[in-house]
Design a protein around this ligand. Structure first.
Ligand code: THU
Length: 171
């Protein structure tokens, strides 16, 4: 995330230079266009910590009275929206759904089909289960997956490393 912060600073410095250049040469329209373009991009920019905080909020909605293991997920779409997921357990235990799949299925049902990042939070910072790995790999492809514990420590892995030789492009 410090790299991302550096990137923003670099972007802002460049922007100010570009703008000064444009305005000095009286090309204000171009200056405005660049400014709007950068602001639009910054608006969609999300740090890992911010995405994990969304997952933390999603975790509070978890229905997990049987396992007592609340999971929260936050899925970032390519249009910059964040879709929440939490695990939802049932009296009929096997019908339970994991937070990751709830987020992905719910995003798909709302018309999203392009995803850029996924954050998951649990009390011990666990990585996604096997069933969820298949679905993440299939519907989000090789995105970075951040799995955090409740103190905010996290690990990031690319999906293709979490599920190598994925059954994705076959059939
Ligand atoms: N769970 C998830 O939500 N995601 C995972 O990747 C692993 C497991 C949920 C299912 C169940 O409600 C609880 O955690 C304990 O397994």
């Amino acid at each position: 995330s410090s790299i991302k912060r550096e990137f923003i600073i670099l972007l802002m410095t460049n922007l100010i230079q570009d703008l000064t250049h444009c305005i000095l040469r009286q090309k204000t329209m171009w200056g405005m266009r660049i400014l709007l373009g950068v602001l639009f991009r910054l608006n969609k920019f999300m740090t890992i910590e911010a995405l994990i905080n969304h997952a933390r909020e999603a975790q509070t909605f978890s229905k997990s009275p049987y396992s007592n293991y609340a999971v929260g997920a936050a899925l970032l779409t390519s249009s910059g929206e964040v879709i929440y997921g939490c695990n939802v357990e049932s009296k009929a235990y096997p019908t339970t759904l994991c937070a990751e799949r709830v987020a992905i299925f719910s995003a798909i049902a709302q018309g999203h089909d392009n995803f850029t990042e996924l954050a998951i939070i649990t009390k011990d910072g666990a990585a996604p289960c096997g069933a969820c790995r298949q679905i993440i790999s299939e519907y989000c492809e090789n995105i970075p997956v951040h799995f955090a514990n409740e103190s905010g420590e996290f690990q990031t892995m690319m999906m293709d490393d979490l599920l190598p030789l994925s059954f994705r492009d076959s059939q």
